[in-house]
Design a protein around this ligand. Structure first.
Ligand code: HEC
Ligand code: HEC
Length: 158
């Protein structure tokens, strides 16, 4: 999992904030950083994506442009943003290539590591009715909402 934008330092923090930790049978890394406000505000339209999957620069850009959030308005008041953004930044991944350019990537699904991890999935598969969009992690990663992207929990729906 070296491609994943993260390091030991972050893992320590994630674990200390987590109430779940690593459960017995799970080999893969867990992204279990949690924040109640983030969970409440950022899981209405899609799962609350783990902060470790984007860089701090990406989260900062995203939280500053919520009124134009992927063609929807996901605006939040300043106090709420002031609570969520530091949480995202503190648990962000240390993305290598994705954000070295001028503009931070706002989609997890457009990062280099994401494309690399999913390069065996055909364009037709992404478009299946049961999947609809690469952004729909839960369609295949059955425990994604628990921060678990381990191979053992991947099931590509028909
Ligand atoms: C009003 C609905 C709504 C809310 C609320 C919302 N989002 Fe989104 N978000 C979307 C839509 C729509 C997309 C695009 C999904 C797609 O292309 O399939 C998206 C995409 C994303 C993506 C990119 C996923 C990818 O393709 O890699 C991230 C990251 C994201 N949202 C983070 C957040 C965060 C953080 C919050 C809370 C501050 C939030 N969202 C709240 C509607 C919402
Ligand atoms: C069409 C099904 C599908 C969707 C949708 C999907 N993935 Fe995956 N993902 C896979 C497959 C298959 C693998 C490769 C499994 C393996 O061999 O480890 C993978 C691998 C990964 C890995 C590496 C896991 C590891 O331990 O090596 C991560 C992290 C990941 N996906 C995150 C995401 C995120 C985040 C989303 C949503 C933004 C997403 N995936 C959407 C099918 C999917």
């Amino acid at each position: 999992m070296q491609v994943l934008a993260d390091d030991d330092e972050h893992e320590g923090r994630e674990r200390s904030e987590s109430h779940e930790g690593r459960d017995g049978g799970t080999k893969g890394r867990m992204l279990t950083a949690t924040n109640a406000t983030f969970q409440a505000e950022c899981s209405a339209c899609h799962m609350a994506y783990p902060p470790g999957l984007l860089s701090a620069a990406s989260w900062k850009e995203m939280m500053g442009t919520l009124d134009k959030h992927f063609d929807t308005d996901a605006s939040l008041d300043e106090a709420t943003i002031a609570e969520i953004l530091p949480f995202l930044e503190a648990n962000a991944g240390t993305s290598r290539k994705a954000d070295s350019g001028a503009k931070p990537v706002l989609r997890i699904t457009e990062t280099g590591w994401f494309k690399h991890e999913h390069d065996e999935i055909s364009p037709a598969t992404w478009k299946r009715d049961s999947i609809k969009s690469a952004s729909n992690c839960m369609a295949c990663h059955t425990s994604a909402d628990k921060g678990n992207f381990d191979e053992d929990n991947v099931r590509i729906p028909k």
